[in-house]
Design a protein around this ligand. Structure first.
Ligand SMILES: NC(=O)c1ccc[n+]([C@@H]2O[C@H](COP(=O)([O-])OP(=O)(O)OC[C@H]3O[C@@H](n4cnc5c(N)ncnc54)[C@H](O)[C@@H]3O)[C@@H](O)[C@H]2O)c1
Length: 252
């Protein structure tokens, strides 16, 4: 079976690098028109959207700012006239040790929640009426293994935000299934991206691999392949589920 996303408009947030870039590229190879969102580098996103082709376009906004987040959604809708699949991938992992003073700790907490959960929730809320009007749509939200396994003391906000992603996704699936809206979570484990590079630099690759059942680190492409499968509509009856992609490091 070949995945065919021709005539589908797909918004991928945080597509400037890492997992988001791999998702956008793979969606493009399957024929999709991609709204390539990047945080600040419009040139990077434009280079990728040109490479993808299929009428894809680049957008850049700060998802910590909800006014910009709402503007992003409307800009995508006005550019393409419709949205078929919303892929909320952008995220931050801010280290905020418990010894951090309260003001800084709360700043880190609020920024993490804003980018990882609030912007995601707002984009879902904005897309749902359009999905209803167009007889359906697919939402894919990138969570994390941390939602289920928990994280370290320095990443409490990160784990809490990713747990929120799972609950948000389940609720959308339950609330709007009858309107042909399906929603899926994807929970990567340690994945070889720039977000993970600091950890690899500090502890070495072997240390990261010891944690896995498989013998090599997960790559952005490994995550993207599952995301594209979900975007195809072939997994419709798995709506509400969050799929683990963690090389067997946390089997639940
Ligand atoms: N790499 C991992 O090990 C891992 C593990 C579990 C989950 N994840 C999740 O996968 C997703 C992608 O992460 P990645 O590993 O590719 O990391 P990454 O840091 O390479 O990419 C994150 C993307 O989010 C964007 N982003 C960050 N802050 C933003 C903001 N304020 N406004 C707009 N965009 C913003 C970045 O520009 C970047 O494109 C994230 O949601 C992350 O939490 C990653």
């Amino acid at each position: 079976m070949k995945i065919d996303l021709r005539n589908k408009v797909i918004l991928v947030t945080g597509a400037g690098r890492g997992i988001g870039k791999a998702i956008a590229s793979l969606a493009g190879s399957a024929g999709a028109t991609v709204a390539v969102h990047a945080h600040s580098s419009l040139e990077k996103a434009s280079a990728l959207s040109n490479e993808i082709g299929n009428g894809s376009k680049a957008f850049s906004t700060d998802l910590a700012d909800m006014i910009q987040t709402e503007a992003l959604y409307h800009a995508v809708l006005s550019e393409f006239g419709k949205l078929d699949v919303l892929i909320n991938n952008a995220g931050v992992a801010i280290s905020s040790p418990p010894v951090t003073d309260n003001v800084q700790w709360l700043e880190d907490w609020n920024k993490t929640m804003a980018v990882n959960l609030t912007a995601m929730g707002l984009l879902c809320k904005l897309a749902i009426p359009d999905f209803i009007a167009h007889q359906g749509g697919i939402i894919i939200n990138i969570s994390s293994r941390a939602a289920f396994r928990g994280d370290t003391a320095d990443y409490l906000a990160y784990a809490a935000s990713k747990g929120g992603v799972v609950a948000l996704t389940r609720s959308i699936a339950r609330a709007w299934g009858k309107q042909n809206i399906t929603a899926f979570g994807v929970a990567p484990g340690f994945t070889r991206t720039e977000m993970a590079q600091d950890f690899i630099d500090a502890y070495g690759e072997d240390y990261a691999i010891k944690d896995l059942a498989l013998s090599e680190l997960t790559t952005p492409k490994d995550v993207a392949q599952t995301v594209i499968f979900l975007a195809s509509g072939l997994a419709r009856h798995a709506t509400g589920a969050t799929i683990d992609i963690n090389a067997g490091s946390y089997v639940r």
